[in-house]
Structures are given as C-alpha cells and as structure tokens.
Design a protein around this ligand. Structure first.
Ligand code: NAD
Length: 436
C-alpha cells in the first residue's frame, strides 16, 4: 500500500518505519526542515531502541522517504496518518490546531479517495471535526478513521510490530477493509484488531492512559502509607501483583508519572468530562496526588538536610522520564532540579540519552557529567530519578569514595536494603524503611 505519515516524532517516525517494514511504500512529512534533512541524510532524530536497523533497511530498500512537502507526500497515498502533536492548551484540553490545520490542508490537496487516520491522541468528537475541516475544502470522497497508538517509548518498535491489540474506529466499510489489510501482518499471532465507532476508539486511548496513570498513583499512595506504618512497598507490590485481577505490571512506586502522554492525557480527559458536565473525581485526585509525588524526593532531601540546601551539591542519575528514551518532556527530574536550584543548591546530572534534550531546555542551569561516576565528585548526596539499567549495579565502593557524604535518595527503589546497610550508606527510597 502507499502511505503518507504527517508528523515524524516518536509516533510518526516509528509508525512510518514499521509500516515500510512490511512492504508498504511510505512517505513521511514534517514541517521541521532540519529534521527532514537529517532523515534524508540517513540520521535518526530520536533515540528509540531497534529503530535504527529498520530505518536504514527501509531507506536502503527504497520504501521509506522523507519530505517537507505535504502535497508530494499525499499525492499517491491511499492512507494518510496524522501523527501530529496534541499538546495541552491553556485550559488543559487537547490543542487540536495541528491536527485540524493539517486536515484542512489535506482537504485542499486531495484529488482522489483517501483514508485519513488520526494516530494522535485526540478527544472524543475529533473525527467529526477532522471530517468537517476537510469537507470545508473538498468534494472528493474520503473517510476519517480513529486509530489511537498504544506504543511505549523505549519499546516502541516492538509494540508497533507486535501490538497487544489494534483499535480501529470507523463506521465506513471501505475504510475498515483497508485498515484491516494494512494491520494484518502485525497481528498474525492472533492479537485482536478491535473495530468500533470513532468515538469509542478516541475514548479508549484516554481511558487506557488514565487507567495506567491511576494505577501508578495508587501505588505511590500505598508507598507513602508504607513509610508511615513501617511496611515495605516491595512486599506489598508482590503480594497484590500475584493476583491476576491486579497483575504484576505498573505497580512500581516512584517519583510520579511524567512524559509527553500521561500528564496531558489525564488532564484532557478531565476536561472532556467537564465539558460534558461530568466531574471525573478519581482523575482529579490522580492529578493532585501526582503533583505532590513529583516533589517527594526533594522533600526527603530537604528534611534530611534540615532545610539547609543553599550551597549544597547534588548528583542526579537519570533525566529522561523513563529508561530507554531520550524524551524528557514532563520528566520528574526537571521538577526536582527546579526545587533544588530554587533552594540554592547545585546539580550535576548524568543520563545516557536525555542530556542533549535537557540542555536544550534548561541549558547551564545544571552541570552535565560524562558518566555516572563523574557526577558524584564531592556531592552531598546522590539522587536517582530514572531506572536506567546501568544504575542498577554500580560499583558502590566507587560511589562511596566519590560522594562527600554516603547518602543516596532513590526515587526508583533500585537497591536492596541489606546491601545498602552493608555498604554503610544512608539510603532513603520510596515506600521502604530508611537505612542508616
Ligand atoms: P512529537 O512532538 O514527538 O512529534 C510531532 C511531530 O510533528 C514533530 O516532528 C513536528 O515537527 C511535527 N509537526 C508539527 N506540525 C506539523 C505539520 N503541520 N505538518 C507536519 N509535521 C508537523 O509527538 P509524538 O510524541 O510523536 O506524539 C504525537 C501524537 O501521538 C500525540 O497526540 C501524542 O499524544 C500521541 N502519542 C504519543 C505517544 C508517545 O509515546 N510519544 C504514544 C501514543 C500516542
């Protein structure tokens, strides 16, 4: 099939590349000319494990192309994916200007039947708005399909190639058939392609992300209670996770959820509910709890140093909002850094992939280390914010030698409490007893 993908961010580029991998002809279009030039030169603009191999193979075999020209991209395409940003607007609702702007432009350009697919996360009713935006520009027939994306950054290629499920929202038989054929190679093991109406499909994505954000937040609250009553959240996690109804995944407490999706999607769902005179109480609580949780590591540090943080130096491991990505949007580390700097402390950070993006956002507000150990020199404490594998088993003798104080605040519960005791660290993690 011939496919155009509009927007080549984490979702668009993975979608385009993975669709080329099964033999489709794909043109990706982006307004960022610098990014397009990079990709035309065979360079990946994002870090995503496993993407480079597929990217180079499909460019090499002539199935994956890049352009800044929307007309050129969609001219021959049967299917046009919109993988555009839907950032939070001022009132928390999803800003649809990118999606609707592109829909209008596509409406002006199409000459024959197209299936226009919203892959962006968009509120209920957006398919109708996309349809109206295109209708205002053209008399050519088209269908609008909602096909939310469930990939996770860090394992995006695997998620796209072998999705747990594919959700397709359409009431058009013609579009349903085309979309079914397109996705058939990805669900050969029998994972479901679930067809539904556009509105249910749009809501499915928000419900999924909001449920996951709620699950994390619930565990964060259990962890906070564990600290007060002397229980160990790791034990509680194992105890409840073995119940199939609960499941083992997404039960790890931490420093609050972040990233480019959960915060904005939970907000947007609350806003959609508000607009329909429904008070989504549980999600309002999730947002409130997460705001506090993002500061929990800072509060622990502040308490330990009796509020005397001015002039203190902190080492920080992990900037990306989660491991295996360079994405730092809404990363908890940024909130912790802000608090520390405002309190007069200095921060030296290390992250395997996220440092360039943080540098672009906050520049020299903090220092950046070349490796985890050089961040530690003479620091008053080490703070761990992202659970990158390379932080899991460090040389603790080195860590102890380099730090000024043998003090670790761990927002991801990476280390065994007995081990920390044996190594002589003060070790304060989430929902577990403090080792001193
Ligand atoms: P992103 O910010 O990484 O990428 C968006 C891209 O669109 C950028 O390259 C930008 O230059 C480009 N763009 C903006 N306006 C354009 C235009 N008019 N024409 C062409 N290109 C344009 O965003 P993302 O993380 O890929 O997210 C895209 C959508 O997918 C969002 O709605 C998001 O909520 C959703 N989503 C994201 C993820 C994720 O893990 N990142 C997962 C599922 C769904």
């Amino acid at each position: 099939m011939k496919i155009a993908v509009v927007g080549t961010g984490y979702v668009g580029l993975v979608t385009g590349t993975c669709l080329a991998e099964t033999g489709n002809q794909v043109i990706c279009v982006d307004i960022n000319a610098e990014k397009v030039k990079m990709m035309q030169d065979g360079k990946l603009p994002i870090y995503e494990p496993g993407l480079d191999i597929l990217f180079h193979r499909n460019i090499g075999q002539g199935r994956l192309h890049f352009t800044t020209n929307l007309g050129e991209a969609i001219e021959e395409a049967q299917i046009i994916f919109l993988a555009l940003p839907t950032p939070p607007g001022g009132d928390g609702s999803a800003d649809l200007s990118y999606v609707l702007g592109a829909a209008k432009d596509i409406g002006k350009l199409i000459k024959d039947y197209k299936v226009v697919v919203t892959k962006s996360t968009v509120p209920v009713g957006t398919a109708d708005k996309v349809r109206a935006a295109m209708d205002s520009q053209t008399k050519v027939p088209f269908d609008v399909v909602s096909n939310p994306e469930f990939l996770r950054e860090g394992v995006a290629v695997e998620d796209f190639m072998k999705p747990d499920r594919v959700v397709i929202g359409t009431t058009s038989e013609r579009a349903r058939k085309i979309m079914g054929e397109l996705y058939a190679p990805y669900v050969r093991q029998g994972n479901p392609v679930i067809f539904m109406d556009e509105r249910s499909s749009e809501l499915t994505k928000y419900a999924a992300n909001s449920f996951l954000a709620t699950k994390i937040t619930f565990m964060n609250e259990v962890a906070n209670l564990c600290e007060l009553v002397g229980a160990d959240v790791d034990m509680v996690r194992k105890g409840i996770g073995s119940d199939e109804r609960i499941g083992r995944r997404f039960l790890f407490p931490g420093v609050g959820y972040g990233g480019s999706c959960f915060p904005k999607d939970v907000q947007a769902l609350v806003k959609s509910a508000d607009e329909n005179q429904y008070n989504f109480k549980i999600l309002n609580s999730v947002i409130e709890v997460n705001e506090t949780q993002k500061k929990i590591l800072f509060e622990k540090v502040k308490k330990y140093f009796d509020g005397e943080l001015a002039g203190k130096k902190f080492a920080l491991w992990g900037l990306a909002f989660k491991p295996e990505t360079d994405d730092v949007r809404e990363a908890p580390a940024l909130y912790i850094i802000d608090e520390l700097i405002n309190a007069g402390a200095t921060v030296t950070a290390f992250d395997p992939e996220g440092m360039d993006n943080v540098r672009k956002m906050i520049g020299t507000k903090i220092s950046y280390a070349a490796d985890p150990y050089s961040a530690l020199h003479n620091a008053d404490a080490l703070l761990i914010v992202t659970e990158w594998s390379l932080f899991r088993n460090p040389d603790f003798d080195q860590v102890a030698k380099l730090l000024k104080n043998k003090v670790i605040f761990d927002g991801r519960n990476l280390y065994d409490l007995q081990k920390m005791l044996d190594c002589g660290f003060y070790y304060n993690s989430i929902g577990r007893k403090i080792v001193t």
